[in-house]
Design a protein around this ligand. Structure first.
Ligand code: PRT
Ligand code: ZN
Length: 214
């Protein structure tokens, strides 16, 4: 493996993709991101860009297959992979929240004791409930979480909220925010000295871009 380049993993297609590409371009790194490509070489910086599903990025970075990755903190924290979070990127802000049916009385997290909660984030939810001495029945499902209470599959949900309109349109109200997230840059713990130097250069550029915007 070439220890003299940085392999940067970003989301192939989704909410993080456009801003991730934009950030790399704003750092002055040029590359051809032709549609459908899974990997591309930068032309003016010793880097390769890999286009992956966001959920796969922390694992690739832990294994050192990618040296850097851009993911939501929610995905990185839930994955429990052994990576360094080196910088917060300020986009894709959202929160992981618990919602219950609007008509349900809710007085606090203790009301979730013994309830069934559907989520894609079982670890973050478990941690939160544990820290509040609540034991619930966590149902891990991979999508369309918000529909679970109205079809009788669960008493509550724990999912990503941005505007709140998905909760609203599924008859739910947001009752607890358990995690606030934004896109972050994660790095492998096994960078070569050259890669560490390239990462420092990249972080310097990212910080300059962020300062220029504020
Ligand atoms: O295909 P791949 O696995 O790569 O993508 P994905 O479908 O798993 O992820 P994607 O592209 O939907 O989201 C990527 C990341 O964007 C998430 O991990 C979050 O860090 C961040 N993000 C920001 C969001 C949202 N905002 C968001 N609103 N991720 C998901 N949502 C969904 C949420 O799941 C819910 O269904 O949007 C709905 C809620 O939105 P509101 O505005 O109605 O509240
Ligand atoms: Zn995903």
């Amino acid at each position: 493996m070439n220890d003299n380049i940085l392999r940067i993993a970003i989301q192939k297609s989704g909410r993080l993709s456009e801003d991730s590409l934009k950030l790399i371009k704003e750092c002055g790194i040029r590359f051809d991101n032709g549609a459908g490509k899974l990997k591309t070489d930068a032309t003016n910086f010793p880097a390769e860009i890999l286009f992956l599903r966001d959920d796969d990025i922390p694992g690739y970075v832990e294994d050192g297959v990618a040296h850097l990755g851009i993911v939501g903190e929610n995905v990185s924290e839930e994955s429990c992979k052994d990576v360094d979070t080196v910088h917060k990127l300020g986009f894709s802000k959202c929160r992981l929240s618990i919602g219950v049916l609007r008509e349900q009385e809710y007085n606090g997290v203790q009301d979730l004791q013994g309830k069934a909660i559907a989520t894609t984030y079982p670890r973050l939810l478990e941690q939160y409930l544990k820290s509040h001495d609540v034991t619930a029945d966590i149902h891990e499902i991979s999508g369309s979480v918000e529909i679970a209470p109205s079809i009788g599959l669960a008493d509550a949900v724990c999912d990503i909220v941005s505007s709140g309109s998905t909760l609203l349109s599924n008859g739910l109200k947001e009752v607890e925010t358990i995690f606030r997230s934004e896109a972050v840059m994660i790095a492998s713990k096994h960078l070569s000295p050259v890669q560490q130097d390239l990462l420092d250069q990249l972080l310097f550029r990212i910080k300059s871009v962020q300062v220029a915007k504020n």
